[in-house]
Each structure stands twice: as structure tokens, then as C-alpha cells.
Design a protein around this ligand. Structure first.
Ligand SMILES: *[C@@H]1O[C@H](CO)[C@@H](O)[C@H](O)[C@H]1NC(C)=O
Length: 488
């Protein structure tokens, strides 16, 4: 017992470092063209844009990840208010939040401290184990036959249609989380996008991506000539950030001990909530979101919002993709309407520690809930330390004690993909997990190291030998357990 509480105490000092307040004003002089040059011509009315489609995906499950599903529900409300029809909005969410026993407002999900319910009306197209990579790909490709479970709704699009994809979750170099294994790997995602393009079933496609190292999903991989424009919450080498977290400013209502949103996600959505998207361009939104996500360009906290693909697309109005709420038709000034303060933030990967810590602290002294919370906190710390230690040791055994760290952290040149041989990456992940247990959500951070093992030409046999040597056993925590399968 003593030992466990001291882990919590040292955890608290880590947390107080993470929770440094940060507030900053947005640049107040950003203006829309409509203000400078009178009414802006719209890029065609509803008739000329074909059908607008949206795929919204929360890649996580669990109450500690509340914020990802809250982001997705909020996005649905924006699509709906923008005029998209339910038949054209496809939602992937595990759906274990609204009625989670830890949710203080049963049946309600909020995405900001003073926000209203964003859960009402959200279609349950793909929930639970039906939120998986295969279904996502089948839905995007309009391949009804390959869908398994769920509503069966797919993007049945034609050549004039516009498609919008929004994803929010944890990630790592080259990989995005999914609540049901395996994870979503960048090379597979890019192949599916190319396939969709080859089937001539969209005019333009826009992707908004929130995850750690999300730039690595497109860097050196997304072609510039397949009519796809993407922005990401972070570049290829940094974390993205959760926000509206307990103990921060602004803080969620006191009965919540989980973060309510993610910084990049709430930035584009709170902008979309209040603006006339018929006149706002994707580039203007990108710039606003970039400023807010960088915590006013300090980058003390926050991350570098990036753009990839066919950048010319960003001259188009956001309206073309997600419509616009008619009640915002007279809203023209960005400065009038944007939230002026960047909220303080928590590193995406440490948000679960914040959650477990607050859950532990808020449970009644001596209750079984408190003991459970203590065990959860202990399990997550055990898992993290085990993964970090194993990866470090494998690095040392493969490359020597000095060079091990170098290889572990080496970043390839800008414009180069994470790894050339993606099959090697996935195979090495499985090898590691076979001997050392699941990487899980936290372990995705080490994907660059595993990619570098491939880039260095290490054989699978060597990796097997070294992994077996380093990991004599798999810790008995739910995080390390392989019962959910391999993450690759
Ligand atoms: C926008 O302004 C026009 C002209 O003043 C007005 O008729 C219209 O009702 C306004 N729309 C909204 C949604 O407030």
C-alpha cells in the first residue's frame, strides 16, 4: 500500500508539471475576404457540389478517452446543422461513454465545459467491435458486401461528390488507434485512398486528423494529385493534446474527471459552430486552428497543425464539404466570434494518467471504488514502465548501449515516410508483442523505434531472439494482455 501511494505522489509531481496554465489571445486582425471586398462569390450552390458525405471516427474506447467520442458526436452535430443528411453521415464510435457508469450525466456527452449535449441524435452506424479497420475501409470504398455488422451504411458516392473524413484518437508514428485490434496503419490507409480515387467516386476529399504524430500518416505518403487535402493535429514527431481536462483552465464541471475534448478538434469545431462556412475557406480555418493549437504560436504546449496532399484545395470554402449552419449566415468577422483564449492542455498520451489520478483522488476513502482506481493507476504505470524498459533494452541489445538510443529516436528527413517496408514494421510489432505483450495505446509511441529496426535491416530472427531475451514474462495487466489480439 505504502509503495503504491508513493507512485501516486511522484505521479502527482509529473502531473503538476503537465498542468501548467497556458492562455493566449488569438491574433485579432484575421479577417475574412467578405469583410475586405464585399460579398464573396460562392463556389457554386448546393446543386453543383454533388452529394456531401462524411465519415466520423472515434478510434478509442473507455471512459478515460471520453474526449474522442465527444469530438465525434460534436462533429456530427456540425454536419447535421450544416445540412448534411443522416444517410450521408457515417459514424464510427464505440458508444461506451453516454451510459458509462462513470458518466455523471447519464445519456449526455459534452465537448466543452459549458457545452450542451452533443450525443442526441447521433446515428449508431458502427459501434462496439464493429468499429474496426476493415469496416472503415469498406465504408469509404462504398463496398457494402465487405461490411460486417453495423447499419451497413457506406459512402456510395459518385464523381461529383465531396467527402469529409474526421478521425480522433491516440496514434503513433505511422499508426492510428482503433478500439478493436488491429490498428490502422498509414500505408493501408493511403492504398485505400488511392483505390477510392481510381474508382472515380469523388470530386474532392478532405481529411481532418487528430492523433499523436498524425503528420506521419501522410508525410511522404499522400500523393498531391488525387484531389485529397488533409490537415493533421500534429507534425510527424510530436504529441497532440487533450483539453478541457480536470485541474486545468477552463476545467470541466467538477463531477467530471476526464478530459472533454482535444485541442485541434475543438478548435476546428468551435470555429465551425459559429462561422458562415459559405465564406470561410479551408485555408482560413487551417490558419485559425493552427494558431489556437500552437497555444498562440508558442509551442510551449500544443502542436504544429500541418497540411498535406493537394494544397490548392484549401482555397475552397469549408461549406463545400460540411455545409454551413444557416443561423451563422451573417457571421463574417473571425475576431468577433472565435474563442479568444487557448485553453490549457494535456499531452494526449498523459491524459489517461490525469483521468486515473482524478478518479483515484475523487473516490471515497476506504471504498472498493478507491481500491479499484488504485489498481488501475498501478496497472497503467506498470504497463508503461514495462514497455519503455523493454524497448530500451531491445535497442541496446541490437545496436549497443550508445547507438541504441540514437536508433530509437532517429527521425528520417522531412518528406520521407516513416518506413519503406510496412510489412516489416507490422511483422516486427507482432514479434515484439508475442514476447513482451501488447504495445497498446501507450506503446504506439514506440512505433518509430520499431520502424527504425526495419530501416536498419535487422532480420526477424534477430528481433525474435532479442525480444525473447528481454521479456521473460508479460505483466498481468489488462494493458499488456494479448487477449484482444495483436495491434498489427
Ligand atoms: C441576416 O441578415 C439579414 C439582413 O439583415 C436578415 O434578414 C436575416 O434574418 C439575418 N439572418 C440571421 C440568421 O440572423
Amino acid at each position: 500500500m505504502e509503495r503504491r501511494s508513493s507512485i501516486c505522489v511522484s505521479l502527482l509531481s509529473v502531473l503538476s508539471f503537465l498542468l501548467l496554465p497556458a492562455s493566449a489571445r488569438l491574433d485579432p486582425v484575421l479577417r475574412l475576404p467578405s469583410e475586405i471586398s464585399g460579398r464573396r462569390l460562392e463556389a457554386g450552390g448546393d446543386d453543383s457540389v454533388g452529394t456531401r458525405w462524411a465519415i466520423l471516427i472515434a478510434g478509442s474506447s473507455g471512459y478515460g478517452n471520453y474526449r474522442h467520442q465527444a469530438d465525434i458526436c460534436h462533429a456530427y452535430q456540425i454536419m447535421k446543422n450544416g445540412g448534411l443528411k443522416d444517410e450521408n453521415i457515417i459514424v464510427f464510435m464505440y458508444d461506451d461513454i453516454a451510459y458509462n457508469e462513470e458518466n455523471p450525466r447519464q445519456g449526455i456527452i459534452i465537448n466543452r465545459p459549458d457545452g450542451g449535449d452533443v450525443y442526441a441524435g447521433v446515428p449508431k452506424d458502427y459501434v462496439g467491435d464493429n468499429v474496426n479497420v476493415d469496416n472503415f475501409f469498406a465504408v469509404l470504398l462504398g463496398d457494402k458486401k465487405s461490411v460486417s455488422g453495423g447499419s451497413g451504411k457506406v459512402v456510395d458516392s459518385g464523381p461529383d461528390d465531396h467527402i469529409f473524413i474526421f478521425y480522433s484518437d491516440h496514434g503513433g508514428p505511422g499508426v492510428l488507434g482503433m478500439p478493436t485490434y488491429p490498428y490502422l496503419y498509414a500505408d493501408d490507409f493511403i492504398s485505400v485512398l488511392k483505390k477510392k480515387h481510381a474508382s472515380n467516386s469523388y470530386k474532392k476529399l478532405v481529411i481532418y486528423l487528430e492523433a499523436c504524430e498524425s503528420g506521419s500518416i501522410f508525410e511522404g505518403l499522400l500523393p498531391e494529385d488525387i484531389s485529397i487535402y488533409a490537415t493533421t493535429a500534429s507534425n510527424a514527431v510530436e504529441s497532440s493534446w487533450g483539453t478541457y481536462c480536470p485541474g486545468e483552465s477552463p476545467s470541466p464541471p467538477s463531477e467530471y474527471w476526464t478530459c472533454l475534448g482535444d485541442l485541434y478538434s475543438i478548435s476546428w469545431m468551435e470555429d465551425s459552430d459559429i462561422h458562415n462556412l459559405r465564406t470561410e475557406t479551408l485555408r482560413q480555418q487551417y490558419k485559425l486552428v493552427k494558431t489556437r493549437t500552437s497555444v498562440d504560436e508558442t509551442y510551449n504546449q500544443g502542436s504544429h497543425v500541418m497540411q498535406y496532399g493537394e494544397l490548392g484545395i484549401n482555397e475552397e470554402n469549408v461549406f463545400l464539404y460540411i455545409g454551413s449552419n444557416p443561423t451563422n449566415e451573417n457571421s463574417t468577422f473571425i475576431e468577433d466570434n472565435s474563442l479568444p483564449f487557448s485553453p490549457s492542455v494535456v499531452n494526449q498520451r498523459d491524459a489517461d494518467l490525469v483521468y486515473y489520478w482524478h478518479k483515484f483522488r475523487n473516490s471515497p476513502e476506504g471504498s472498493s471504488k478507491k481500491l479499484d482506481a488504485q489498481k488501475e493507476l498501478f496497472d497503467i504505470m506498470t504497463h508503461r514502465m514495462h514497455v519503455d524498459k523493454s524497448i530500451n533494452l531491445i535497442g541496446k541489445l541490437l545496436f549497443g548501449s550508445k547507438k541504441g538510443i540514437e536508433v530509437l529516436t532517429a527521425v528520417r528527413q522531412t518528406g520521407q515516410p516513416l518506413v519503406d517496408d510496412w510489412a516489416c514494421l507490422k511483422s516486427m510489432v507482432r514479434t515484439f508483442e508475442t514476447h513482451c505483450g501488447s504495445l497498446s495505446q501507450y506503446g504506439m509511441k514506440h512505433m518509430r523505434f520499431i520502424a527504425n529496426i526495419c530501416n536498419a535491416g535487422i532480420s526477424k530472427e534477430t528481433m525474435t531472439k532479442v525480444s525473447a531475451e528481454v521479456c521473460s514474462q508479460i505483466p498481468s495487466t489488462p494493458w499488456s494482455s494479448l487477449h484482444r489480439g495483436f495491434s498489427a
